[in-house]
Structure formats: structure tokens, C-alpha cells
Design a protein around this ligand. Structure first.
Ligand SMILES: NCc1[nH]cc(CCC(=O)O)c1CC(=O)O
Length: 326
């Protein structure tokens, strides 16, 4: 068989759609560089503005983190770009009929990090100190671990959140003692110097998929882009985050559920642990299971089924409002 000569489509620049936030641009540029290196083609960023970027409303009232994803997917479906990058933790767990995740690159740090004024450990902050977060999970974890701290509702992009602790050149007043953020986001922005404390996964499990990216294309995408994504994919990351996301799906929980889940592979075994919290009291239920990956075709799904069954038997559904955008 002779290889088909490269078509015009195979040599045209690849258009990568992205939100315009600094974090989205930083992670999209990394993926663009990887695709360019693998294909030898030019990869240009196409910026897409989403309602979630422009609205000051709390995320929950405008449809949850899903609002970021919807606009970017619409641009991909409309052919305005060839490929898009999402933070996996913001991506609904329901598969999309016309889109596929072409690559999940190797996951970055899945932990949360604290940025505390003066570099004081969270445990040493005075009673009543103000800690900002917009995440029901982080709120519940703070309530549980540091019940004497005051949790302040906070959203906005990473720089805005950091400014609330550190102040900034535009004169934003530092009115919080600390914020909790994803370590991966700070690293991608080159702001990990601001981290004063990493919160260990064992006492502080994070959102399903945190630290991982999903590179999405239209179903049926072929050619150099498809091959590049195939080689960018990191299968241990895929298996682990599939387990975490299956917990969310089987609990019928949304991205704002007060739930932490973390999975990893080691020596052919998949380990999955998850916790559901009461946002009011910080009460929790936990479950963890391990299985041999080679024993089943759906290790993530199987591990999640064991974990979710145990969480529900312990009353997870009564502890927390799990529903919301999927
Ligand atoms: N919900 C917003 C969001 N989506 C992804 C990240 C960070 C990067 C990641 O987890 O991959 C963040 C910011 C944060 O939670 O601090």
C-alpha cells in the first residue's frame, strides 16, 4: 500500500481553542507546544470568551463550572477551531456524542495549596482569620480541619484570588489571611512561589481530575493532529482520573459536590480513595479500594463502584447535597 500524499488539510496550521484567562492560556500554550513538536505544524491559539469569564455572579447560579466548557465546545463543534483544552475537573462526566477526549497528558500535582499571609501555617492562624474559597469541598475541609477559621466566599481568576491575600500593583486591598487553590494552576501560571503550604492528599483529597487536562477533538478527527494526541496521551493518568470521575458519575454528583477523590496506579494496581463531606459540619464518610488493573477491562469503573457503594451505605447521600451540573 502506498501512503496517500499529504492533503492541504494535513499541512494547514492547527487551531487550538481556549478561554482567555491566564490559566487557560498557560495550559493551552503547553498543549499547543506539544502538538507543534509532534506534528511539525504551526499551532495557533483561538481565544473564546465565555459567560463564566465575564459574569461576576457566583458560579453555582450561572450553571456551575460547566459554563466554561460549553462555550469552548460550541466553538469546536462549529469548526472555529480543531482542538480544545479543558481542566479535567471542570469537564462534566457525561460523554459528549460528537466529541472525544483525544489525549489526557500526564497529570500535574493533584494537591491543593494554601497561600497564607506572612507564610504562617494554616494551623497557626488566629481564631477568626479569614480564608477564601468558592469551592464547597474546600469549605467543608476547612470547617473540618480548622473549625476556628472563618471561610469567605471567593471566586475569580487565580491572580484576583492571590491579590486578596498578597495585594497587587493595581491597589487591590489584601483583605484575606489565606486562600486555598489548586497547586497545578499556580504552577502553570508560574506563581507557585506564592505557595506557603501543600495540603497532603491523605487528609485533603481534591476534586476528581484535579491537575489533569483533557484535550478534546471532534469525533472522527484524523491525520497529524490525531496521531499527536495519541502520543501525548498518558494512560496511567487516564485510568486514575477515570476512576475518580466514575465516583462523581455513580454518585450522580455535580462538580460542586463536597467530595474529594484521588486515584493512582502503582505496580499494576489501581488505588482509589474518596470522601464526602457535610459542608455545614465538616462530618465525613470515606472509602478506599484497590484492584489489579489486569483483572478487569474497566478498572476505574469497578473501583469506583466499590467505593461508591460503601460511601452510600455510610450515608453519603444524607450528608451532602450531591446534585448539580454534571
Ligand atoms: N475550578 C477552577 C479551576 N479549574 C482548574 C483549576 C486548576 C488547575 C487544575 O486543577 O487542573 C482551577 C483553579 C483552582 O481550583 O484553584
Amino acid at each position: 500500500m502506498t501512503a496517500a500524499p499529504p492533503s492541504a488539510e494535513d499541512t494547514a496550521p492547527i487551531r487550538l481553542g481556549t478561554r482567555g484567562s491566564a490559566l487557560a492560556l498557560a495550559q493551552s500554550q503547553r498543549v499547543a507546544d506539544s502538538i507543534a513538536a509532534r506534528t511539525g505544524l504551526e499551532v495557533e491559539l483561538v481565544t473564546i470568551t465565555t459567560h463564566g469569564d465575564t459574569s461576576p455572579e457566583p458560579l453555582a447560579s450561572i450553571g456551575g463550572a460547566g459554563v466554561f466548557v460549553t462555550a469552548v465546545r460550541e466553538a469546536l463543534l462549529a469548526g472555529e477551531c480543531d482542538v480544545v483544552v479543558h481542566s479535567l475537573k471542570d469537564l462534566p462526566t457525561a460523554p459528549h456524542e460528537e466529541l472525544v477526549i483525544g489525549a489526557m497528558p500526564k497529570r500535574a500535582d493533584a494537591r491543593d495549596a494554601a497561600v497564607v499571609a506572612g507564610g504562617v501555617p494554616l494551623a497557626e492562624l488566629a481564631a477568626g482569620a479569614r480564608v477564601g474559597t468558592g469551592s464547597p469541598r474546600r469549605r467543608a475541609q476547612l470547617r473540618r480541619r480548622f473549625p476556628e477559621l472563618e471561610v469567605v466566599e471567593l471566586r475569580g481568576n487565580v491572580d484576583t484570588r492571590l491579590a486578596r491575600v498578597l495585594g497587587d500593583r493595581e491597589g487591590v486591598a489584601a483583605d484575606l489571611d489565606a486562600v486555598i487553590l489548586a497547586a497545578a494552576g499556580l504552577e502553570r501560571l508560574g506563581r507557585d512561589d506564592a505557595i506557603t503550604e501543600h495540603l497532603g492528599i491523605d487528609g485533603w483529597p481534591t476534586a476528581p481530575g484535579q491537575g489533569a487536562l483533557a484535550v478534546e477533538v471532534r469525533r472522527g478527527t484524523r491525520g497529524p493532529l490525531a496521531s499527536a494526541l495519541h502520543s501525548l496521551d498518558h494512560s496511567p493518568t487516564r485510568t486514575a482520573v477515570e476512576a475518580e470521575r466514575a465516583v462523581l458519575r455513580l454518585l450522580e454528583a455535580g462538580c460542586s459536590a463536597p467530595l474529594g477523590a484521588h486515584a493512582f496506579l502503582d505496580d499494576g494496581m489501581l488505588f482509589l480513595a474518596a470522601r464526602v463531606y457535610s459542608p455545614e459540619t465538616g462530618e465525613q464518610v470515606s472509602s478506599a479500594h484497590a484492584l489489579y488493573v489486569a483483572d478487569t477491562r474497566t478498572p476505574g469503573e469497578d473501583a469506583a463502584a466499590l467505593v461508591v457503594d460503601e460511601l452510600l451505605r455510610q450515608g453519603a447521600a444524607d450528608l451532602a447535597p450531591l446534585g448539580g451540573a454534571r
